[in-house]
Design a protein around this ligand. Sequence first.
Ligand SMILES: *Cc1c(COP(=O)(O)O)cnc(C)c1O
Length: 371
Amino acid sequence: MTITSFHPPQRTLMGPGPSDVSDRVLHAMARPTIGHLDPAFVAMMDEIKILLQYVFQTKNELTFAVSAPGSAGMECCFANLVEPGDKVIVCQNGVFGGRMKENVERCGGIAVMVQDEWGSAVDPNKVEEALNANKDACLLAFVHAETSTGAQSDAKTLVELAHKHDCLAIVDAVTSLAGTPLKVDEWGIDAIYSGSQKCLSSSPGLSPVSFSQRAAEKIKQRHTKVQSWFLDLNLVMGYWSGEGKRAYHHTAPVNCLYGLHESLVIVQEEGLEHAWSRHHKNHLALRAGLEQMGIDFIVPKKDRLPQLNAVTIPQGVDDADVRTRLLNEFNLEIGAGLGGLAGKVWRIGLMGHASTQKNVDFCLNSLRAVI
Ligand SMILES: *Cc1c(COP(=O)(O)O)cnc(C)c1O
């Protein structure tokens, strides 16, 4: 059998990620590969840092993209900030809080869990109780935008609580970055990670991260080596900010970074505030259409994410059948429920480049056709 070139079908991606990648970003990724220590490439990396500082709304020096997907950004934050024996308050209101617990434990830390219903925001009162009951905790970790449920938590308030109790705050912003208001410096977030493939609409495979001065200090004062060589920030930073004498650490995913650069330029052109309000507007349009069809959201109105809409599957409708038909007949991908929500909800993404009125109409019309 002769295997020939792979040509993917043309889909519209309205699931939990990856989101649709624009032609501009795809074309950027198809440009010639150059050496990752080439001065031209190094200059582009410096621009990526400036653009990431803009989308994160931060002046943090320690801001760059980890050469791996969002999950690696998560590992990077925990591996560097958690030392064996460290106590970490971890908020769980969906799938990704559970992964934070895994990360803490694999770093030898002790995770103290604060549980909320799936579909609810993290409850600041429970977090404060946990902080009061665990005076020796040194970190608070939570997910800003829970992609498994579509709930948004009040990051500003949670970070304030962490600081009041002398804890640093680690925030998962994989789905929130560029889709919903997020202000790293104003809110005082100490360590944050995101992904290239959600509201930035670049290809999967990169994880923007940023660390405050306080976080950098904690990392410098570690008693033990970071257990991951690849993610050890002391080594990675020599690569991202070597001041002209950039040292080889690993080979950067060159073309993937072209894509991230282009996607960030697009956000800058639109303006971050405009991107946030576009996501909000399209969410309201989708909501109006779904409500007309009798489809409800699982998250209370005030906590809903505009870029990830978790909605209940109407009675008597076959979950997998609908999603298969959307894919086969309309080339449209929407997401299934995860964990306890499997078979109960659909997750409709309106992320980045895919957050358009056209996609809202297309999704509503396609759903009407198959239900
Ligand atoms: C998608 C996602 C991740 C993981 O990102 P990958 O790029 O899939 O590794 C982590 N946290 C949240 C909230 C996500 O939505």
